[in-house]
Write a protein that binds this ligand. Structure first.
Ligand SMILES: [Zn+2]
Ligand SMILES: [Zn+2]
Length: 436
């Protein structure tokens, strides 16, 4: 591997110390007088200068050393690359530099058979995780392995990065991995209890945020590990009461991100953020109700999302015409009808697969019943002011301001779901949307 043995321990010590502290001047000076020292490694761990720079986030030293090396994938005692160490320690600029220099993202150490993606997930460095995932789109890995396979790469014990992130209580990493196509119900080989899913491991770690993310991506509360336990049993055993309440199969089902719908998978990032936020808010409200019921705690102030909801519109012209509660933030392209994110979500989450074809039907616009090809962020009122006179009927018909139905997002959502059937005779649509 080109890792020469040290011939002058004192020299080496000075060199590695300078690399570790980021003393660029000394590193340059030593390299000038003794160029071969770049191939030396520490005595026990067999760390190269590149490993030390990467682990300590010394990006300038890293660049200097990279310039003098043929390839960046040196191996230490445990066959770990500098990229793995940078991902482990969350040194994002080093991760980026190493990837730019052609570091291989698909190498496995001899300790647990883990890749750099496993390490970023395990230690919860979501910025490094995203950089590695971005690289997986453009490097040869994508061609040889395929991106989906890389996201779900397994370590020596059969754990995917998602398993590790869920176990180590890393909700941000859980989110980005799921968003990149990590399989939510994959079971491990030997990691944790054999046959554990990410939900089992999140239950074991007791991280409510991870449990919430996984459920919102469709994790199955009834999937058993090899010893027959469902995630609920695991949370109970570890005494994670709040997690157990959400994982209890008899608790209300959370809303699941409607990923099979085509226009949902094609959302632009702004529209996606709005819908994701609506999903999390709706589920959090459900959660609060579950937790109140199951723990019999008096509702504490921190539990009342409802009171802190500041989305109450100032002007009724921006009100969503389905719930009359939230502001319109999303627009159906082509017909131009607008709704709030909560109602859009309710519309998508309540389309049930066709029992005959088991296809997910694509929801139609609740105002004109045209097919929704694309959802975009609604234009703000200021932008629309000019057009308002010309296209007064663009938004759905309005009713007088009606905030009396409650201003919480949950009430908004439930009334939105109810309104598809109950308010059919109203002015929202001429025919009931939810025809039996
Ligand atoms: Zn609405
Ligand atoms: Zn429409």
């Amino acid at each position: 591997m080109g890792q020469g043995l040290s011939c002058n321990p004192t020299h080496d010590h000075h060199f590695f110390r300078a690399v570790q502290t980021g003393d660029l001047e000394s590193v340059e000076c030593i390299l000038r007088s003794e160029p071969s020292i770049i191939h030396h490694t520490t005595a026990y761990e067999r760390l190269s200068a590149l490993h030390i720079a990467a682990a300590n986030g010394r990006v300038e030293v890293l660049c200097l050393v990279l310039d003098r090396l043929v390839k960046p994938d040196l191996l230490n005692r445990n066959k770990q690359t500098p990229l793995m160490l940078a991902a482990m320690h969350g040194k994002i600029s080093c991760v980026q530099k190493l990837i730019e220099a052609g570091a291989n993202i698909l190498m496995f150490d001899s300790l647990h058979g883990r890749s750099c993606l496993h390490y970023a997930a395990y230690y919860g460095h979501s910025d490094c995780l995203q950089a590695i995932l971005a690289a997986a789109h453009s490097t040869p890995v994508a061609d040889s392995w395929g991106f989906a396979r890389f996201v779900n790469v397994r370590d020596g014990n059969g754990a995917t990065p998602l398993h590790l992130a869920a176990r180590q209580r890393r909700p941000d990493c859980v989110h980005f991995l799921l968003d990149s196509g990590a399989l939510v119900c994959a079971s491990t080989g030997g990691y944790g209890s054999p046959g554990s899913t990410p939900l089992h491991l999140a239950a074991r770690g007791g991280c409510l945020d991870c449990v919430r993310e996984l459920l919102a991506w469709g994790a199955n509360r009834l999937q058993r590990d090899l010893s027959g336990r469902i995630p609920y049993n695991v949370a109970l055993k570890r005494n994670h009461r709040a997690c157990a309440a959400l994982l209890n199969p008899t608790s209300a089902e959370p809303l699941v991100w409607p990923s099979p719908i085509k226009f949902i998978s094609e959302l632009n990032s702004d529209a996606k953020i709005l819908l994701e936020r609506a999903l999390m808010e709706a589920n959090r409200t459900r959660e609060n109700n579950i937790l109140k019921e199951t723990t019999c705690l008096s509702p504490s102030p921190s539990h009342s999302d409802e009171a802190t909801n500041d989305d109450v519109p100032e002007n009724e012209t921006d009100l969503c015409c389905i719930c009359f509660d939230q502001v319109c933030t999303l627009e159906v392209q082509d017909c131009g009808h607008q709704m709030c994110a909560h109602c859009t979500l309710a519309l998508c989450c309540h389309s049930k697969p066709n029992p005959v074809t088991s296809c997910m039907p694509s929801p139609v616009c609740p105002f004109c019943r045209s097919n929704i090809a694309r959802l975009v962020v609604a234009k703000s009122r200021d932008e629309e002011k000019d057009k308002e006179n010309q296209s007064k009927s663009k938004r759905g018909p309005r009713r007088s301001r009606n905030l009396s139905e409650g201003s919480s997002s949950f009430k908004g959502l439930s009334s939105a779901m109810g309104s598809f059937g109950k308010r059919g005779s109203g002015r929202v649509a001429d025919e009931p949307i939810d025809k039996p």
